[in-house]
Design a protein around this ligand. Structure first.
Ligand code: ADP
Length: 759
């Protein structure tokens, strides 16, 4: 396909051009054995929130297959969709509307379609919502665009002037466009043209999206310790056995879980030349470090997939995955929806991480969906973590998942010492946040030339801005959330909606100038305090505000790894997988913060996971690490569990509590959030829904109640919480319930199966 034809086709795919002015794409070759006069009934699913596929007719001679991309009419519009089902030679389809166009491009594999159907049913969402995630890059369907380069033909030019020699030398280094070659050789374009004309250079058309280089399976990983080798042997044995199997790779921070699962990846890729592997990692911040480790192991960068890659990279990755040529993909949760035709292993690194739960738009938990995807596709899945979720631990304890353990750090590295600081007895100075013990420990690390980390999971300077004259609190408009002061940008920011304003000079309520006081700390305030305490140290903040993109993260992480920073103050972004060799001290400024959220059933578990992970950044190499945790409630089991580093005792306690109340994983939860632009409508809709709820044995329904965040962006929110005994089909219950209710068109109903947020 020429680049012009490609452009035209793309416009049609994006709906910018009517596709009716004659076929844009060659219709499929006539399949053998198809009669010319028969028609097929073809069900097409569209990437739209429709309840099911729509039926169309198409000539049997097109030989349409499930998974093919087509354009078909919905009303007066032509829309791109995917064939979901074909009934060959069905005369009953004669009265249906006709499919307009067949598009080129790799078929959406059977497994991707089965996974989508399953996910839609389980999460009670229209299947088209998931299709949108599967067919995101319309231009990935077309042949990739090409460009011309010039390369030496091997035939020397008849007359070798100095200028010509420079061109030939540059051309030998790299295939470049004629213009770029002229620029590099510092000659006019006529010189390059002359060399083409005399046959010394050839013009070659190459693809903008060439296949990715194959991982080098001849390369070896690091020599493993005995314990790592045993873990690797076990995991690789599951890989060789094949079929669906889940393994929990449970090892303390720095034990070498990554080294072990890299062996499983290598084993899988070696099984078959077309086997594909997907590794999910929780945050974009981690991608570069992960990419580098994969590159060191397999000689090539894996295929990368997350929301920050360019449109071009997205198109290339999608196509190469769909064609089965991309063998190793590392990505964020959405990579699970890539159309792998031959996925053989999924790895979920840091499986406990909350960022696997997508909370906006289509709500899903990627870890749970990945297990379902592995089951459907009869493939293996490894869940790796130092602090596995209770759901995963219980599955391992009950024998549903294999449990492979790495109980100690690799090499000479030991686990850090963890101590609690009881703020009731060791408080900071008034108006300060760091207790004397924390300050002393950071000072000691500094004098030894080692690094410290202060952890405070709140962005900005202060979470609340209050007028001391009238008591007015600065609130986000139409949202029940305080504005957070960001001192370095001089703004007040709503962390929920992103709304921000410059900090006013006077109180908008009473008009008193300079009357604001900042209540509570955020990382910027801790930064201010640390700067005063250690004026000569190199101190930086690591939060999504200071590192807004991948480059900034790479830069900061690089400087931290090279010990160019003495003290880092970070939000939960620091808790993830980083490996800072010279970091020996971690100070947790406010361990109680997340526990104050009484609505979250996982608050204790989350606090334990986060703080263990943060503490686990200390002393990952030769020098032993130390972590100090500031708390007002040292007697709480979670604090005691952190101090003794006895995860299993703490998690058993959590498990008994959950079991007693039939909470996950001993029961199921689902939430329904009803929201409307005014309060009355929200109340009426919630009441109406409540009245229509089907009664089911073994299922409790709570609500409707105003959500803890009762108003967001002007939408008034009401919540239902559903708790069901295990074995009850919660999805079927929710679907039956939703089908009974017809609500005002301004009302939105959001279903959250297995909720992690209760706000
Ligand atoms: P985890 O994933 O369990 O946190 P990693 O795989 O990141 O642990 O290992 C922690 C550190 O120890 C890394 O720097 C890693 O390169 C190193 N390491 C682990 N195992 C080995 C090994 N067998 N040989 C050399 N270095 C290792």
């Amino acid at each position: 396909m020429s680049n012009t034809a490609r452009k035209r086709a793309l416009e049609a795919l994006k709906g910018q051009r009517a596709a009716t002015a004659g076929p844009l794409f060659a219709v499929m070759e006539e399949g053998e054995g198809f009669a010319h006069d028969t028609i097929d009934k073809v069900a097409v699913l569209f990437p739209l929130p429709l309840p099911e596929p729509f039926d169309y007719r198409a000539p049997s001679s097109w030989g349409l297959k499930p998974g093919a991309h087509v354009i078909a009419p919905i009303g007066s519009r032509l829309v791109r969709g995917v064939v979901w089902n074909v009934e060959v030679n069905n005369p009953g389809a004669a009265n249906l509307k006709a499919i307009d166009q067949v598009l080129p491009g790799p078929l959406v594999p059977d497994m991707s379609r089965a996974f989508l159907d399953w996910a839609a049913k389980y999460l009670v969402r229209p299947p088209g919502d998931f299709l949108r995630m599967i067919v995101r890059s319309p231009d990935a369907l077309l042949d990739p665009p090409t460009f011309n380069v010039v390369t030496p033909s091997g035939q020397p030019p008849p007359k070798l002037t100095e200028a010509r020699a420079r061109v030939m030398a540059e051309a030998a280094k790299e295939a470049l466009s004629a213009a770029e070659l002229a620029r590099r050789a510092d000659v006019s374009s006529a010189v390059v043209k002359g060399l083409i004309d005399c046959g010394a250079l050839n013009r070659v058309e190459i693809s903008e999206d060439p296949p990715f280089p194959e991982p080098d399976l001849g390369m070896k990983g690091k020599p493993l310790s005995g314990i790592q080798q045993a873990a690797s042997d076990e995991v690789c044995a599951y890989v060789r056995k094949g079929g669906f199997h889940v393994t929990l790779l449970d090892g303390v921070t720095g034990s070498g879980k990554t080294e072990v699962y890299l062996e499983a990846v290598a084993e899988t890729l070696a099984l078959a030349p077309d086997a594909q592997v997907l590794v999910l990692i929780p945050e974009i911040a981690l991608t570069q470090a992960a990419m580098a480790r994969f590159e060191a192991r397999f000689g090539v960068k894996p295929v990368e997939w997350h929301s920050n890659i360019t449109q071009k990279a997205r198109r290339r990755a999608w196509r190469e995955v769909a064609c089965g040529r991309a063998r190793l993909v590392v990505g964020a949760r959405s990579a699970l929806f890539l159309p792998f035709p031959n996925l053989k292993l999924i790895v979920i690194d840091e499986e406990h991480d909350p960022s696997y739960k997508q909370e906006e738009g289509v709500i899903y938990q990627a870890r749970d969906l990945a297990v379902a995807r592995a089951k459907l596709g009869h493939c293996g899945i490894i869940l790796a973590s130092a602090t596995p979720s209770l759901e995963t631990l219980v599955n391992a304890q009950q024998g549903r998942y294999a449990h492979v353990k790495l109980p100690s750090r690799h090499g000479v590295a030991e686990m850090p010492d963890v101590e609690l600081i009881d703020l009731k007895y060791d408080p900071p100075e008034k108006g300060r946040w760091l207790s004397p013990k924390l300050i002393t420990a950071a000072g000691e690390a500094l004098s030894r030339g080692e690094q410290s980390l202060f952890y405070m999971n709140r962005r900005g300077y202060a979470p609340l801005t209050l007028c001391k004259a009238c008591g007015h609190r600065m609130k986000s408009p139409e949202t029940e959330s305080w504005l957070v002061e960001h001192k370095y940008s001089g703004r007040l920011v709503c962390h929920l909606t992103g709304f921000s304003i410059p900090k006013p000079k006077a109180c908008p309520e009473c008009g008193t100038p300079d009357s604001f006081v900042s209540i509570g700390p955020g990382v910027e305030r801790i930064h201010e305090e640390v700067l005063e305490l250690f004026p000569n140290a190199r101190i930086e903040i690591f939060s999504s505000d200071t590192t807004p993109n991948g480059d900034a993260v790479r830069d900061l992480v690089g400087r931290m790894e090279r010990s160019e920073i003495d003290i880092l103050i970070g939000t939960q972004i620091v808790a993830k997988g980083h490996n800072f060799p010279n970091l020996t001290f971690v100070g947790v400024v406010d361990a109680d913060a997340a526990l104050n959220n009484s609505t979250d059933i996982r608050a204790g578990e989350r606090t334990f996971q986060l703080i263990s992970q943060v503490a686990g950044r200390a002393g990952r190499h030769e020098r032993k690490g130390r972590a100090l945790i500031q708390t007002y409630i040292p007697e709480e089991p979670v604090m005691q569990g952190l101090k003794s580093q006895d995860r299993d005792t703490f998690m058993n306690l959590v498990a008994r509590e959950r079991e007693q109340f039939g909470m996950p994983p001993y029961g199921r939860l689902a939430a329904i959030i009803v929201s409307a632009p005014d309060e009355k409508l929200a109340n009426e809709a919630a009441k109406q829904m409540g009245e229509k709820a089907p009664h089911t044995e073994g299922l409790d329904l709570w609500g409707p109640a105003p959500a803890p965040l009762a108003v967001i962006r002007g939408m008034h929110r009401r919540r239902f919480l559903i708790r069901a005994d295990r074995g009850i089909d919660v999805s079927a219950f929710l679907a039956a319930w939703a089908s009974r209710v017809k609500l005002h068109s301004a009302v939105r109903v959001q279903i959250d199966v297995d909720p992690y947020s209760f706000l």
